[in-house]
Design a protein around this ligand. Structure first.
Ligand code: NAD
Length: 297
């Protein structure tokens, strides 16, 4: 069993670190939030006073932080210096491709193995150990990270070199944001035309309008009992996080010279929804914005 440093044990990292502890690893957790750290300790981790203390001598260092600036600061600040030469460095945060590439390259220059390994799946999947990991980095680093990631997820896929895990993540979530908007507006139109939502679902879920947004995460209550629409759009994947990922995708597209008009439109709609106070609701609640105030809930 390995000694694993886990930096950032918030909503996602808390469940992930707990699963590693449950699997028998010695997990040293660090978080700037005392409450997050206390939760991790209650789930079998050992609390560390600093990131450096957690990382020193560890076989693996995992970070699960809010954004690119946090990741760069953590690695440049203490983690690169504290890491053992044999340690595998795994950043599971969702961050911009450019930062992921440059932190990965900085690790390589120091002779350290590192991957970017953002996740698909929300807090429920983090708790259950059923995340999907999209991994960028050299083949040998991927091979070292894989057995650890497998203890927190159901799928671990190598996407390419440094930054390609992040590229896969934002391209995937750009599809998700755009299909959710398209699915939600179709349900609103169906409603206004007098077409019953369940009937429309029964038809479209077996026709060419089918997508994950419809059949796994339907934005109206009823057709998919597990979707957040059935619990007043609470829990699930917050609209604010969808907005974060769409911003990353649109910014990356600008840098790369790619045209993403649907992604940009989805970004604008989620920004409007967040500005109207919807950021804390599940992202399928965008249907409330599309319905407008007359039918809004
Ligand atoms: P969170 O805010 O709950 O957790 C982040 C944690 O990092 C917090 O506990 C915070 O105190 C801690 N932190 C911040 N700076 C730190 C530092 N310098 N050292 C140590 N700890 C520090 O966020 P989350 O929902 O767990 O998301 C984490 C990452 O996962 C984000 O990049 C997010 O985009 C991504 N993600 C989240 C979800 C989701 O559904 N929540 C799904 C997929 C991906």
């Amino acid at each position: 069993m390995a000694t694993i440093a886990f930096i950032g044990v918030g909503n996602m990292g808390g469940g992930m670190a707990a699963n590693l502890a449950k699997a028998g690893h010695s997990v040293r957790a660090f978080d700037v939030s005392d409450a997050a750290l206390a939760r991790a300790v209650a789930h079998g981790c050992t609390g560390a006073a600093t990131g450096g203390e957690a990382a020193a001598g560890a076989d693996a260092i995992i970070t699960m932080l809010p954004a690119g600036d946090f990741v760069r600061a953590a690695y440049d600040g203490v983690l690169f210096a504290a890491a053992s030469p044999h340690a595998i460095l795994i950043d599971c945060s969702t961050i911009d491709v450019a930062t992921a590439k440059s932190v990965g390259e900085a690790a390589a220059q120091r002779g350290l193995a590192m991957v970017d390994a953002p996740v698909s799946g929300g807090t429920a999947a983090a708790d259950a150990g059923t995340l999907t990991f999209m991994v960028g980095g050299p083949e040998a680093a991927f091979a070292a990270a894989k057995p650890i990631l497998e203890q927190m997820g159901k799928a671990v896929i190598h996407a390419g070199g440094a930054g390609m895990g992040q590229a896969a993540k934002i391209c995937n979530n750009m599809i998700l944001g755009a299909t959710m908007v398209a699915t939600a507006e179709a349900f609103v139109l169906a409603e206004k035309l007098g077409l019953d939502a369940q009937t429309f679902f029964d038809i479209s879920s077996k026709a060419s309008g089918q997508s994950w947004s419809m059949t796994s995460y339907c934005p109206v209550p009823g057709p998919v009992p597990t979707s957040p629409a059935n619990r007043d759009y609470q829990g699930g994947f917050a609209a604010a996080l969808m907005l974060k990922d769409l911003k990353l995708a649109v910014a990356a597209a600008t840098t790369a010279g790619a045209s993403v008009p649907m992604g940009a439109q989805a970004e604008a709609l989620y920004q409007l929804f967040a500005n109207n106070g919807g950021g804390g609701q599940d992202f399928s609640a965008i249907i409330r914005l599309l319905r407008g105030p007359a039918r809004g809930q």
